[in-house]
Write a protein that binds this ligand. Structure first.
Ligand code: CA
Length: 219
């Protein structure tokens, strides 16, 4: 838990410990970055020494540990940015212990499910586009594409069955562990960035009112 305000951190840590979580709390970004890697990071956005986004960026540069960002009311736009830089979910202050625990469990479950199953192929291919589930590398012909973790997950879901429609709800449930309305916007942010990186918007086709499907341009 990265939280500078004692009035929030102390009761929250007590509540989580009563629910069986091991909680280590630090009060600033520098201590967060120096701490041993936990199973999950609960990260306040407003910290005394550095921006929570910067902390998330630096954690994400070296680790895929799940990150839940804690924001204040009215920072909804920032939450989309938080998801874009690789945070896994966000909660808005003031939040209840029950809501937070549901988010924690959803994110932990999703991470536990995230590894490839034994019978899953290592690679998915559609035309020149190849996605390696094992190494999380994506190539288009000879070029490697650099996707964020969420862009990769969206693409991998679509690549499992090219042409089949994947609903927004399925994407939200699978990638964020929630179908919470605000995050619908986050999907659009990730999809438009993914389209840009793929170089042709028709790779990811919008099915109005439903979701998305993978298209192979020119096929
Ligand atoms: Ca704060």
């Amino acid at each position: 838990m990265v939280e500078d305000e004692d009035s929030i951190a102390v009761p929250l840590a007590d509540g989580l410990r009563r629910e069986g979580f091991d909680v280590e709390r630090v009060a600033n970004g520098a201590d967060a970055l120096a701490a041993p890697e936990p199973d999950l990071v609960l990260l306040d956005l407003r910290l005394p020494d550095m921006d929570g986004y910067e902390v998330a960026r630096q954690i994400r540069a070296r680790s895929r540990v799940p990150i839940i960002m804690v924001t204040a009311r009215g920072e909804e736009v920032d939450r989309v940015v938080g998801l874009e830089i690789g945070a896994d979910d966000s909660v808005v202050k003031p939040f209840g212990l029950r809501e937070l625990i549901a988010r924690l469990n959803a994110v932990m479950r999703r991470v536990a499910d995230g590894g490839p199953a034994a019978d899953e192929p290592d690679e998915l291919a559609a035309g020149p586009l190849v996605v390696s589930l094992r190494t999380r590398r994506v190539t288009m012909g000879d070029d490697e594409l650099h996707l964020t973790p969420r862009e990769f997950d969206i693409l991998a879901m679509l690549m499992h069955d090219p042409g089949a429609v994947v609903s927004r709800d399925d994407l939200l449930r699978r990638l964020w562990g929630t179908t919470w309305a605000v995050q619908t916007k986050a999907i659009d942010v990730h999809v438009s960035s993914l389209r840009r990186k793929l170089g042709d918007p028709s790779w990811v086709q919008t099915v109005r009112g439903v979701g998305f499907r993978l298209g192979v341009p020119g096929a």
